[in-house]
Design a protein around this ligand. Structure first.
Ligand code: FE2
Length: 411
């Protein structure tokens, strides 16, 4: 008689929050009742595909090798029971194969009761700014001294990632100010996305600039690289020096502005989700162009991204009859972006690193006096996927610790 729990079809740990108590089955369905009274139904084909045995999953990669269409027939349940280890055992016909399912994994993937399996990893909170507002700030002074993937590193990164996922930004403080150290810091989250501006880019006034960012003039609220089909989901700006007068940083939650626009002027909102604008960065040696609405919704109507940068907009090429309404909507949006109630303003201190969602937040800066000192930020890009992957790993480690504490190990 086996008392060890079966493997799961992934690398994760799944604490057992409730036990399997009873079950019933028919050829295409297994219905289980848990110790807390919940009832879950699992289709036979779903169970067959999600088994963790070596005919379904390559144990070396934990990726699926099963081809459902190669089975001798539609998988049906010939028998089912809860075994001594508390696992669900199913006899599949016509394969004549007995497979076991980990109860913690089954419960965590209970699609019969799931409210929203695609819900964001952290609650998304839209925010307004104003004179008293400040970014979520965390002391990260020890970050580069921690061991990668250690609990100490996680204690700094976890709240930072939660702020980025929920509010679209975080300010880490107390980091080193050596030029180039941003790459090592960024790698604690994930790989950097290189662009034609380099792996890291220097934001400072320089001769012969190839972007307005590399001058001392004010920059209006914008997202970076709207000229790309897939513009970066994340931007990091790391302050190495800041002794100039002016140059205050400004951040706005583009989703909060878009929602306010949806309330105040639904027609303008609709126009900006529909009309494709031209975004162009035609420098001396590169020529990036992409057409996109300024506000994009997902197929549920939720905000997916904003893409706004007046200085990177090419000539509008819309339907003739839509040109004036497109500009009217744009100007309504531009006026809202200047409303102080949306903006967080702050001054970078050396050692600050601001991480923000570049497809949600807009950033801007005041003009500064180039002769009054030095202002040097280094920046880089990354994808939202890296934040989500890193945060999922944080959650996995937490589950592993819960499993270890409960003594619920797999075989
Ligand atoms: Fe920028």
């Amino acid at each position: 008689m086996t008392t060890a729990l079966p493997a799961t079809p992934d690398y994760d740990a799944w604490p057992i929050e409730a036990h399997l108590e009873t079950l019933t089955f028919s050829p295409r369905l297994v219905t289980v009742r848990w110790s807390d009274g919940r009832e879950s139904r699992y289709h036979s084909i779903w169970l067959r595909e999600n088994a963790a045995d070596d005919s379904t999953i390559n144990p070396a990669t934990r990726e699926r090798i099963l081809d459902l269409s190669a089975l001798p027939g539609w998988p049906e349940v010939a028998g089912a029971e809860i075994d001594a280890a508390g696992a669900l055992c199913v006899d599949f016909a016509p394969e004549q194969l007995r497979l076991r399912f980990h109860p913690g994994w089954l419960r965590a993937h209970d699609y019969d009761n799931a409210e929203d399996p695609e819900a964001p990893l952290a609650t998304v909170k839209l925010w307004h700014g104003g004179p008293e507002a400040a970014p979520d700030s965390l002391d990260a002074s020890g970050l580069l001294d921690t061991t990668p993937d250690s609990e100490t590193e996680e204690s700094i990164l976890a709240p930072a990632l939660e702020s980025v996922l929920g509010k679209g930004m975080v300010r880490l403080r107390g980091l080193p100010t050596e030029p180039g150290s941003l790459e090592a810091i960024a790698r604690r989250i994930g790989p950097v996305r290189p662009t034609n501006f380099g792996l890291l880019f220097d934001v400072k006034a320089k001769p012969d600039p190839d972007s307005n960012a590399y001058t001392s003039i004010a920059l209006p609220p914008h997202t970076d690289l709207p000229t790309r089909e897939y513009h970066p989901g994340l931007q990091m700006l790391h302050c190495l020096e800041n002794s100039v007068s002016g140059g205050q940083a400004v951040m706005l939650d583009g989703f909060a502005v878009a929602e306010a626009l949806r309330q105040r002027d639904p027609e303008a909102f609709d126009t900006l989700t529909r009309v494709h604008w031209c975004f162009a960065n035609t420098a001396r040696t590169t020529d990036y162009v992409w057409y996109s609405p300024m506000i994009r919704l997902d197929d549920r109507g939720e905000l997916l991204e904003v893409r706004i940068a007046d200085f990177l907009r090419g000539p509008l090429q819309a339907n003739f009859d839509e040109v004036e309404s497109a500009y009217a909507a744009l100007m309504t949006l531009q006026a809202m972006l200047r409303e102080p109630e949306f903006a967080i303003r702050f001054t970078y201190a050396p050692g600050d690193l601001v991480i923000f969602d570049n497809r949600r937040l807009l950033h801007a800066r005041d003009a500064f006096e180039g002769s009054s000192g030095h202002r040097w930020l280094q920046g880089c890009y990354m994808e939202r996927d890296e934040v989500r992957s890193r945060y999922r790993m944080v959650q996995r480690r937490r589950r592993e610790r819960r499993v270890a504490a409960k003594g619920q190990q797999e075989s």
